[in-house]
Design a protein around this ligand. Structure first.
Ligand code: F0G
Length: 434
């Protein structure tokens, strides 16, 4: 473990993050109709790489000559749901959610991890590592042993939900809780990878973004290659919005779609570096913040991929918006009440959409997809606190949180009798009729 690992994912000349490009696409153009057919046919194949909703689209991914090197948990293949009651609440005629929480470890990270972890294995790394707010670490911890590798996780102590922490432990990661925030974990890890031969699997790794791109490809396939007007995505370290935007731009270049959806990025008010950067200097220079939000997945003040995200906003014509803690909590309960559910960070999408509709940026007849990034069960503590009415207890927002009461359904403790249950059922039914 003493050789030096060369893995700075930044350009030596300008310092920007590297990006994977495919010059051969313009030299030998690929026929869009042939690609669509090929991808559809693979859906009936039993080959692991075809069963993966990422590798099924391998023509738009880095080439892997030896398929045996690919580590796949059959990621991707995530559902597109109609969200009728959320549509009504947001003032839309129709609304869709693509649920990336339906991936093998419960978040969108798996789509990127299958590619970057496969690269680590191909390059012969014994160790992979990441700093994380929880989902990247859960995903990396799962993919590493599938490829015969060990994993090192750096997470902020006390700021990662138990669901995510327990995944990393169960999948066998060496899990270090550092007394700092995500940005501090990232700083320490950057120093570690300069000294030790561990492969960095954060989203600064451009292979991660290539895998995450496929969610957008799959989405367009689910819409029969008719681009939607808007795609709305949460923003943390800004890798995912960058990946999705890159995918739409590439699909347009390849002739797979005829127009670009506007990709808009939503952040929590307390973790809003991109919103401030866009509003205060038009995306020219990153404004970092000391991040604070109960949506712990996006508690990030110094996002690595900010420049790529600015490029996506500018190229697709999307916008940025920020939402309060109460707006996030309300939106999460509304997504839950549509029978879908998600983790808090994903709910910023619906909260943001409501604002974008009010501002007129999104019109009620337009087609909109919310990218739900993580599963409801990732953070049950948030959900329980919400329904018990404890989420804002002791905070400055306690009074304001009264507006959440109609959404709250705390568990009801009863005597073990039929009468007690029937009385409760009738009361609930009467309330429905009111
Ligand atoms: N939603 C969820 C559920 C996430 O876990 C993350 C990021 C995001 C949204 C934001 O995506 O960073 O690409 O802008 N989670 C990372 C992690 C940081 O460590 O799990 P982003």
């Amino acid at each position: 473990m003493c050789q030096k690992a060369e893995q700075n994912f930044r350009c030596a000349a300008c310092g920007d993050l590297l990006e994977i490009v495919y010059p051969h696409w313009s030299i030998t153009p690929i026929d869009a109709a042939v690609l669509r057919d090929l991808w559809r046919q693979r859906r009936t194949s039993r080959l692991p790489v075809d069963e993966s909703g990422v590798w099924r689209f391998r023509e738009v991914l880095p080439d892997f000559h030896d398929r045996q090197e690919i580590i796949t948990l059959r990621e991707g293949n995530t559902p597109l749901y109609e969200m009728p009651s959320c549509a009504r609440i947001a003032g839309m005629q129709q609304l869709y959610a693509k649920h990336q929480g339906m991936n093998p470890t419960g978040s969108f990270k798996d789509t990127g991890m299958t590619v970057a972890a496969s690269v680590a294995r191909r390059e012969g790394f014994r160790w992979v590592a990441c700093a994380s707010t929880g989902n990247t670490s859960a995903s990396m911890a799962a993919y590493a042993p599938r490829g015969g590798m060990r994993s090192l996780v750096l997470i902020p102590e006390g700021k990662v939900s138990w669901g995510k922490l327990s995944q990393a432990l169960d999948y066998g990661a060496v899990t270090c809780q550092l007394k700092t925030d995500f940005d501090g974990c990232m700083r320490v890890l950057n120093e570690v990878v300069q000294r030790m031969p561990v492969y960095l699997l954060n989203s600064v790794n451009p292979y991660r973004l290539e895998g995450q791109k496929t969610a957008a490809v799959e989405l367009m396939e689910q819409f029969d290659w008719q681009p939607t007007d808007h795609v709305i995505v949460p923003g943390g370290n800004l890798g995912n919005s960058s990946a999705l935007g890159k995918a739409f731009i590439e699909m347009k270049q390849l002739g797979l779609i005829s127009a670009l959806p506007k990709v808009s990025i939503i952040q929590a008010e307390g973790a809003n570096p991109l919103v401030r950067t866009m509003r205060e200097n038009g995306g020219k220079k990153l404004i970092t913040v000391q991040a604070e939000t109960a949506a712990s997945a996006i508690r990030i003040g110094n996002p690595a991929s900010w420049k790529k995200a600015v490029g996506v906003l500018q190229t697709t014509g999307g916008t940025v918006e920020q939402v309060s803690e109460i707006e996030i909590a309300l939106a999460k309960a509304e997504i839950g009440a549509d029978g879908i559910g998600c983790e808090p960070a994903s709910a910023v999408t619906l909260a943001g959409l409501k604002k974008l509709v009010k501002q007129g940026f999104v019109k009620s007849g337009e087609s909109v997809v919310l990218i739900l990034t993580g599963h409801l069960l990732k953070d049950p503590e948030f959900t329980l606190k919400f329904h018990r009415g404890d989420l804002f207890a002791g905070t400055g927002s306690e009074k304001e949180a009264d507006i959440l009461k109609p959404q709250q359904r705390a568990p009801i403790v009863l005597d073990a009798t039929m009468d007690a249950v029937i009385r409760t059922l009738k009361e609930a039914d009467d309330q429905l009729e009111m």
